[in-house]
Design a binder for this molecule. Structure first.
Ligand SMILES: *Cc1c(COP(=O)(O)O)cnc(C)c1O
Length: 388
């Protein structure tokens, strides 16, 4: 099921009559929907602590809603820490989940009361020991991103044997080793992809038990997918598969579970309203039309790189005759093309000046938009349905 029902009432309508409402493009965000998504996850993952990955959308009103709903937060920088604390989150609810941190940023986080930090190598562990004495630390494992539409590659994590050594080293540095995290890649479609990393984590737990260290924290990361052009499995399927894996590999000694969802929480809370700037053909012989929008790869749709994330696009002419369409952005860079290989069809009646709505775009859009490439302003956010 393509779940666009959350943004019903937003799509295909004229902009709300807010004074000084901006011209397109903009993201219309409903923080209430993010809270709904949070509650869906909480039901699918009982007894699991949910750390919203702030990078997906750090809009303060969305953060406030999630804090009120009881969410914890996965932060990656001092600015993300500040946003969370300014919107009512307790420092105890923050996990510094970026494996790549400056010493001064660790110190800042520690001063502000953050006590949970990730690492994936000895350099980072020693940095934590020096700048966040006594903190709770967990080690990120390398994980395969196979099956993910937005993979995370080998940039993060270490092998299980290295994780064992580093976690065993932590107490001698004055740190409190608590467990393991990993991330199986964003927009991960296959619920069984978490299992190999859960199995590895269980082995790390056992190895440390042998040297007298009891880990009890297992963070299975984010990756939970959203229905864009194609439907995805319900979130309960991911919850069940992951919890069954944990039972199978950990038996009676079940760890405290955590997840770090970003996309699943924020994507469906937003819709981008954009405008058609130009409709063209490249020759008299070609059927393919090119539709140029006032948003593109640099204006917030960075995840269309490699046509990885395929957004659903709604127009006021839907239901009328369509034809094959390449869809591109407005800048003077040739990579600013969203789709030319994916067989998109848009209505033949679509004209310059028409609006289009790009659905489920609340995650990984505003933060990816460039500051002023070609002079185009960064993607603006408008919050609705929330008097915050
Ligand atoms: C980006 C990120 C997430 C969120 O991933 P989603 O695929 O959006 O759920 C979670 N944890 C970490 C460490 C991340 O970097």
């Amino acid at each position: 099921m393509i779940n666009d029902t959350n943004v019903d009432g937003l799509t295909g309508t004229d902009p709300p009559s807010i004074p000084d409402f901006p011209t397109t493009p903009y993201l219309l965000l409903d923080p209430k929907v993010a809270a709904t998504q949070y509650h869906r996850l909480a039901r699918a993952f009982p007894d699991t602590k949910i750390y919203y990955a702030v990078k997906a959308n750090p809009e303060p009103r969305l953060i406030r809603r999630l804090a009120e709903a009881g969410s914890s937060f996965d932060v990656a920088s001092t600015a993300e820490i500040d946003i969370c604390l300014s919107q009512g989150a307790d420092p105890q609810m923050l996990s510094y989940g970026n494996t790549i941190k400056k010493a001064k940023d660790i110190r800042y986080a520690y001063q502000r009361g953050v006590r949970m930090f990730v690492f994936d190598c000895e350099d980072e562990l020693r940095k934590l020991a020096e700048n966040a004495p006594g903190a709770q630390v967990f080690c990120r494992l390398l994980a395969s991103s196979a099956g993910a539409q937005w993979p995370l590659s080998r940039k993060f994590g270490c092998s299980p044997d290295m994780a064992v050594d580093l976690l065993a080293l932590a107490p001698s540095l004055g740190l409190d080793p608590i467990g393991i995290s990993f991330h199986v890649g964003s927009q991960q479609l296959d619920p069984s992809r978490w299992d190999p990393s859960i199995a590895e984590a269980a082995q790390v737990f056992q190895a440390l038990q042998k040297v007298g260290i009891e880990l009890d924290f297992l963070d299975v990361g984010g990756g939970f997918p959203v229905g864009y052009l194609s439907p995805v499995l319900p979130i309960d399927d991911y919850g069940q598969a992951i919890q069954q894996s944990v039972s199978r590999h950990f038996g009676e000694a079940k760890p405290r579970l955590a997840i770090e969802p970003g996309r699943y929480v924020a994507a469906e809370a937003g819709v981008i309203r954009a405008e058609v700037v130009l409709v063209s053909r490249k020759s008299y012989e070609e059927d393919l039309r090119w539709v140029y929008l006032d948003i593109g790869r640099f204006g917030g749709l960075a995840e269309t790189e490699g046509e990885a994330i395929r957004y659903r696009i709604v127009t006021a002419h839907d239901g009328e005759a369509t034809g094959p369409t390449a869809i591109a952005g407005p800048t003077c860079d040739s990579v600013d093309v969203m789709y030319k290989d994916t067989p998109y069809e848009l209505p033949l009646a679509l004209r310059t000046g028409d609006y289009v709505d790009i659905l489920n775009t609340g995650a990984y859009t505003t933060t990816y938009s460039s500051v002023a490439f070609n002079g185009f302003a960064p993607l603006a956010t408008f919050c609705i349905g929330d008097n915050a």
